[in-house]
Design a binder for this molecule. Structure first.
Ligand SMILES: [Zn+2]
Length: 1018
């Protein structure tokens, strides 16, 4: 591998005297750590050797390197590595030096997320030795602090196991070295990589002298490495309890505010209390915010909302900015007399990775971190920090007063507390509340004859006096009253004189009991214990059947608060007719809970919403309500009629009168066109040309395009009423019939050679338009086997084809009307493959009955493009908003668990991916302004990336992105066409990525997203 020139030219001096006064910062970087690479080169691996060179470039570019002292990396010795790893593990990694590719692959497959080559051991030893040397330089005082720009990363590597891109645990080995051989007493390891450092935790789980503190995305053990050991309940073992601190985020998208809050509440207090001699950071930058990208919601083909959205690290998806990392570095610098080492772990977006690392290095060099603005932690963050504090306060004084002893908490039950009277707070509140309501409103417990329910809800159901005789009955369902406690900081016990029970339901009770015609049943839900929601629903149904039904009241009002709302909704569902006949009003105070829905039975739903009152919303007058309902119904009907799909086939008649002018001339035109239609025969010549032959072919193509002229007959031709989404040209050699599909489902045709006179004797272009779809036409193509069939896919859940010979629009595939088809492809004109917004692929044989078709869930998000290999028809490629392009073998497409042969991650939504007409390459276009060309290796069924072309292919203010499209003739020099933002059309070679030609003209005012090109080049 060729090293970058800059690695040699700009090598920093290694003498301390060159550095600026004040802080001296070390840097470890050795280009040999880039040699560890993925030998399955077809697949772009996120742990890319470019990661460390990108950081180095960023440090060079901002002149940081000049101000740093270079610490040479060296290979870690066996003895050093064995301080944290098993002998067998060392032997295994070292054995990779002379293994064959096949052996390496087999070995890598035995691990979780690991690749290996013959240089892996060298790179891993350098990374490990580099971190050791960096730490030693800091401990010895040669430098104050430092950044170890190393790879492969280390924190997932366990004593006996490589995993998660990590071979040796660099930070752990260095920490052990310091402890064993250099008289360092206490080491604080802070791991801000998005992943939990399972390896580091395992290595130090029993070690009281090393604190391992990790902030990571956890998501209930669903996020990598997916182990419950990453939860806050894991605190270390034996004498080392409290020395492992996990701060597990319950979701992605955590921000600077959340990290700084966790630092201020947990990391810094504990670190100060521990008093380390050095702080080492497992500095992964995969929690970083990525580049900002235009993002919009497309609804009904309309770009409704546009906003800046950040596409973060492709793996971490958190939202920490370079300023956030700088602040964390700055805070940690206060510890251990400034002895701080940052060692690189993850970080997979080269841009955010290098920016974040640079921001940290600047702080190491003594600069102040940038302003963060006001800090506002999220609810999830505060809750997580609270849970961690509760557990860790047992081991760290600084975290008091949350120091309830874990053991004490468990034994707080009546049975297990000899010599004490222990009453649960729920019980206390129940007793006090029942007494209060009895004294104040003479309410009494309602007898429950069902024994099980009676035990569970003893004294939780109260009722007012003479409840059975009242005309109107109120059923209240709510949680137990709030208990607001003031705690004593030292003992964590309640300060009684400043604590209160607050029962806000009394307001409603008071209002009801004042009216002599009203009665109440009041249910106080015991919160957070074994009396679950299903029991509660059972209780409500029991109350309805045994009390409310037999009481004399003919009108009932339901009132629910928070969780009570949902239980009432279930009761409404369960006793549908009875409830509808008696209940005149349901009042919900949902609080933090969402407003519950009832089942979809229309009569019940409309009754429910009519009877519903949400607190704070005034009910309308009857008249206003009736008017509003009528209005809404009218609008709904119109909208529905507009969207109603065209059913069955539509035959265009030669006589006008179909409601669309000019049909006669169109039918006549089609007769002329189809008579001379040619059947396209594609020849698949072998395209493995020599370099010389390719040069000649490329020049020929260049000349053809150079001589293309933009037709200037018309300033512009309006083919459809609305904005055009897709276009195609009929494959006929003597006439040019262009067709376009628009936003509202119009299919327009344009006879490019035709001219006609309008009423004012003005010469006009010849166009026709029809509406066989009622929503956006997303793609169209002529059948490869029958040039008289034009297929269209649309957002109305239909695939149709227009039969030019019979002048008929035919229903080809009818899916659910909420399905939004985005793209279609077919090879034989019978089996249609269509993708939709929900990430599914529908396969339809149009010779089968309309109801028969198969659906496969291939992606989680929208599939924008589907393309079948034109030669090997079993291979299909999909491009998705989930940022992957996937290759599938149709024969292996199981229904339940479709597995792709290959998935290629793009750093942005993939908008298109098309097979070359001879099936040998794929060109993809993605949201980050890159076009990529992949060679398809038939024997290994794998894709090899051949080219990446930087290209401005976003349409920005328009909806659709430009898509790179192949020239359809398989025997010409391989090239593709793509629009760019400067109102031009670029033509690129698929062999070497050169631009063959740029078509540009001032006449061009807009460039369609995808091209329909005539096959005129031979
Ligand atoms: Zn990571």
């Amino acid at each position: 591998m060729a090293m970058d020139q800059m690695d040699i030219d700009d090598a920093p001096s290694t003498t301390v005297s060159d550095s600026v006064r004040g802080t001296v910062t070390g840097l470890v970087y050795d280009p040999r750590m880039r040699l560890h690479g993925n030998i399955y080169e077809d697949e772009h691996h996120p742990e890319d050797p470019k990661r460390i060179s990108a950081i180095y470039k960023a440090l060079l570019g901002s002149s940081c390197v000049k101000r740093m002292v270079r610490i040479p990396a060296r290979e870690a010795t066996r003895e050093e590595v064995l301080l944290a790893h098993a002998k067998e593990h060392w032997d295994k990694i070292i054995s990779t030096v002379d293994k064959s590719d096949e052996q390496l692959q087999r070995m890598a497959n035995g691990y979780n997320s690991i690749y290996l080559n013959n240089e892996s051991a060298l790179s891993a030893r350098l990374a490990c030795g580099g971190v050791i040397e960096m730490c030693l330089s800091v401990v010895k005082g040669n430098v104050n602090n430092g950044f170890a720009n190393v790879r492969p990363p280390g924190h997932h590597a366990e004593p006996g196991q490589a995993m998660g891109f990590c071979l040796f645990n660099n930070v752990a080995v260095a920490a052990r070295c310091l402890r064993r051989h250099h008289n360092v007493e206490r080491v604080f390891i802070l791991d801000w990589d998005i992943h939990h450092g399972n390896g580091t935790q395992k290595i130090f789980y029993d070690d009281p002298d090393v604190v391992y503190c990790s902030i990571h995305r956890y998501e209930n053990a669903r996020f990598y490495p997916g182990d419950e050991e990453a939860n806050y309940t894991h605190v270390g073992r034996n004498g080392a309890r409290g020395k492992t601190i996990n701060i597990p985020w319950p979701r992605k998208g955590m921000t600077d505010s959340d990290y700084i809050y966790a630092f201020n509440r947990i990391v810094m207090p504990i670190a100060y209390e521990f008093g380390p001699n050095i702080v080492i950071v497992s500095a992964g930058f995969d929690a970083a915010r990525g580049e900002e990208t235009l993002f919009g919601n497309i609804v009904d083909g309309q770009f409704l909302k546009r906003r800046m959205m950040t596409l973060g690290d492709p793996i971490g998806e958190n939202d920490v900015t370079p300023a956030g990392f700088a602040h964390m570095t700055s805070l940690l610098k206060n510890l251990a007399g400034g002895k701080l080492v940052l060692a690189l772990e993850g970080g997979y977006n080269l841009n955010s990775l290098s920016k974040s690392a640079l921001a940290c290095v600047k702080v190491l060099l003594g600069e102040d971190p940038p302003d963060l603005g006001p800090i506002s932690p999220s609810k999830d963050c505060i809750e997580t920090v609270h849970q961690v504090t509760k557990i860790q306060s047992q081991y760290w004084k600084c975290l008091a007063p949350n120091n309830i002893d874990e053991g004490e908490e468990i034994t707080l039950t009546i049975a297990k507390a000899p010599g004490k009277m222990v009453i649960n707070m729920t019980e206390m509140l129940r007793i006090i509340r029942a007494r209060g309501l009895l004294t104040k409103y003479s309410m009494v417990p309602l007898p429950i004859s069902d024994e099980r329910l009676a035990t569970k809800f003893y004294e939780h159901v109260l009722c007012s006096k003479k409840m059975y005789e009242k005309k109107v009955l109120f059923l209240f369902v709510h949680e137990m009253p709030d208990f607001r406690a003031d705690m004593k900081a030292h003992t964590n016990s309640v300060n009684h004189s400043r604590s209160y029970m607050v029962d806000s339901m009394v307001y409603y009770i008071e209002n009801v009991v004042q009216n002599p015609d009203y009665g109440i049943i009041d249910v106080a839900i015991p919160s957070g214990d074994s009396r679950t929601r299903s029991d509660l629903v059972e209780l409500l149904v029991y109350l309805w059947d045994n009390h409310i039904q037999i009481a004399s009241a003919d009108r009932v009002v339901l009132l629910g608060a928070s969780i009570g709302c949902h239980c009432l909704a279930t009761l409404i569902n369960d006793r549908e007719q009875l409830v509808m006949s008696k209940v005149i009003c349901s009042i919900l105070i949902p609080g933090d809970c969402p407003v519950p829905a009832v089942t979809k039975r229309p009569t019940l739903t409309s009754w429910y919403y009519e009877s519903l009152r949400l607190r704070g919303v005034q009910p309308d007058s009857q008249e206003a309500k009736r008017k509003r309902d009528e209005e809404r119904l009218k609008i709904e009907q119109i909208a529905k009629a507009k969207r109603a799909r065209v059913k069955g086939n539509v035959v265009l008649k030669a006589e006008d009168g179909e409601g669309i002018e000019g049909t006669e001339s169109f039918v006549t035109y089609l007769e002329g066109l189809t008579k001379n239609a040619v059947v396209i025969k594609k020849e698949f010549t072998d395209n493995d040309e020599t370099e010389e032959e390719n040069k000649i072919k490329a020049n020929h193509i260049k000349n053809v395009y150079k001589n293309l002229k933009i037709s200037t007959d018309w300033p512009s031709v309006k083919v459809t009423p609305e904005r055009i989404y897709c276009a195609a040209v009929h494959p006929n050699s003597d006439k040019i019939l262009a067709s376009c599909g628009d936003k509202m489902g119009w299919l327009g045709f344009w006879d490019a050679n035709g001219k006609a006179f309008d009423e004012d004797e003005e010469l006009m272009p010849v166009t026709w338009k029809y509406r066989f779809h009622t929503r956006t036409i997303s793609s169209m193509m002529y059948s490869p086997t029958d040039s008289n069939r034009l297929f269209t896919s649309a957002y109305d859940g239909m695939i149709r084809f227009f039969d030019l010979e019979k002048a008929t629009s035919v229903e080809a595939h009818v899916s659910d009307e909420n399905t939004l088809f985005t793209c279609l492809d077919t090879i034989d004109g019978n089996v249609i493959y269509c993708s939709n917004i929900g990430g599914q692929l529908e396969i339809k044989d149009i010779r089968e009955p309309i109801s028969s078709f198969t659906v496969h869930q291939l992606h989680d998000r929208k599939i924008g493009c589907v393309s079948i290999n034109p030669v090997k028809n079993d291979y299909l490629v999909t491009a998705s908003l989930d940022r992957t392009m996937r290759l599938w073998d149709l024969r292996k497409l199981s229904k339940d668990d479709p597995q792709s042969l290959e998935g290629v991650i793009h750093y942005g939504a993939v908008t298109s991916a098309y097979w070359r007409p001879d099936g040998k390459q794929i060109v993809s276009t993605s949201f980050n302004d890159k076009i990529r060309v992949f060679d398809y290796n038939e024997s290994s069924e794998e894709l090899e990336e051949r080219l990446t072309i930087q290209h401005n292919n976003q349409t920005g203010k328009w909806v659709t992105m430009f898509r790179s499209t192949w020239h359809p003739n398989p025997s010409v020099y391989p090239h593709f066409v793509v629009g760019n933002m400067k109102r031009a059309v670029d033509i690129f070679s698929a062999i070497d990525g050169r631009a063959l030609c740029i078509l540009h003209s001032n006449e061009l005012t807009a460039i369609p997203g995808k091209y329909g090109s005539a096959e005129s080049i031979h």
